[in-house]
Design a protein around this ligand. Structure first.
Ligand SMILES: NC(=O)NCCC[C@H](N)C(=O)O
Length: 411
């Protein structure tokens, strides 16, 4: 039986990808809670769905199998006992909001068929969802006090972050921000309970109950031997070391983990917001991640021979490090916005560096980043533009919005 996961690069031809079509969770964003829910504005739901469908169609028309998170999850919780444990898990992890209403919300969720249950957990349980006569606590009777029993998960359409495939294994991530922590429950259930996956040996190199955070936007698979991970606002050095040790012992083809430190600011929340791979030797990057003298803090982690210790080598040049680990004589780094300080800052903010490679030298990007797109084309890259007015409001681009499940190996 063919293994259901295979990702050994960032650029191998994309065969199967996981998306999430933005749903009602977007409409549960209100100005008061925007910052906490990691949004800068409220997208217009019909428009963001139209843009997302356009993205999805672009991928399907290229022969890529598109899987949807809610559909897989619905299929994964068909058994009563699985559904029950899923509900309990979600309620447990949302405890701060439940506030003495555990049983009421549990009964409500249990009354829903699996597809509605999944959509409801994603969009959030609002006070008005529960019948008035079931409400027994003061906070339940005060809709203005706090409107949710369960918070919405508006960041779910960034499927890249809660989990990432490496080789034939996966990292089920511990998300740094509380607003996103429950998102990885879905992939955990899908891997363990969906018939497409649960009959296979799928090593989990990172688990969602690990102590330190790791997010998929920071995980870049440069080759079958090298993984780059951002040390970012979301991914910790400890999480990276933990993952490196797991990979070196369980995914033997991985020889090097390259930890790339990036500024810990909102605009650069993950490595893939400032650096992505687009061809064997071509990368996008945002010049603002380098110091004035062009240097960066980069560390190569390797397994010491016959020892439990890791060998850690410090580097200061992104280009030289990439040449070394990929065994290439030259590397082309294509600056977001062409290096013009204004275009570069504007387009990076709108994910101009966040390209999704669907084959070597073929990328999907946002149409609004026309300066960056032109420069990619001048460098011989095939650029497929997608609509981006509303999708970009969540601060993530095509790479963030896609979780590769299967890519062809590159030679
Ligand atoms: N890989 C990514 O950079 N994902 C974008 C995540 C955006 C989301 N609003 C967040 O702040 O987590």
């Amino acid at each position: 039986m063919k293994h259901p996961l295979n990702v050994t690069s960032e650029i191998g031809e994309l065969k199967t990808v996981l998306l999430h079509r933005p749903g009602k969770e977007i409409e549960n964003l209100t100005p008061q809670y925007l910052k906490r829910l990691l949004f800068d504005d409220i997208p217009f739901l019909p428009a963001i769905q139209k843009e997302h469908d356009y993205f999805s169609n672009i991928l399907s028309n290229r022969g890529i199998e598109v899987l949807y998170l809610d559909k897989l999850m619905t299929e994964a919780i068909q058994l009563d006992e699985t559904r029950m444990s899923f509900i309990e898990k979600v309620l447990w992890e949302s405890q701060s909001n439940i506030n003495g209403s555990y049983e009421t919300v549990k009964d409500y969720l249990l009354s829903l068929p699996p597809d509605e249950l999944v959509k409801k957990v994603m969009s959030g349980v609002v006070k008005s969802d529960i019948d008035q006569d079931k409400k027994i606590h003061l906070h339940e009777l005060m809709p203005d006090h706090y409107p949710f029993y369960l918070d919405p998960m508006p960041n779910l359409y960034f499927t890249r972050d809660p989990a990432a495939v490496i080789g034939e294994g996966i990292t089920i991530n511990r998300m740094h921000e509380p607003a996103r922590r429950r998102e990885s429950i879905f992939m955990d259930y899908i891997m363990n309970h969906h018939p497409r996956f649960n009959k296979h040996e799928i090593p989990a190199y990172f688990k969602r109950d690990d102590l330190y955070s790791l997010e998929g936007g920071d995980e870049l698979i440069l080759s079958d031997e090298v993984v780059a991970i951002g040390v970012s606002a979301r991914t910790s050095a400890q999480g990276i070391e933990k993952l490196a040790r797991e990979l070196f012992t369980r995914q033997k083809s991985i020889k090097k983990v390259v930890a790339v430190e990036i500024p810990k600011i909102r605009a650069f929340m993950h490595l893939d917001t400032v650096f992505t791979m687009i061809d064997h030797d071509k990368f996008t990057y945002h010049p603002a991640i380098e110091d004035r003298d062009g240097s960066m803090k980069i560390y190569i982690l390797e397994q010491e021979e016959n020892s439990d210790l890791l060998k850690i080598t410090e580097k200061n040049s992104l280009k030289e490090t990439l040449k070394e680990v990929l065994h290439l004589d030259e590397i082309v780094l294509i600056p977001c916005g062409g290096g013009c300080p204004i275009a570069s800052a504007r387009e990076q903010w709108n994910d101009g560096s966040n390209t999704l490679a669907i084959a070597p030298g073929v990328v999907v990007t946002y149409d609004r980043n026309y300066v960056s797109n032109d420069i990619l084309r001048q460098n011989g890259v095939e650029v497929i533009e997608i609509l981006s007015s509303e999708l970009s409001r969540g601060r993530g681009g095509p790479r963030c919005m896609s979780m590769p499940i299967i890519r062809e190996n590159i030679s």
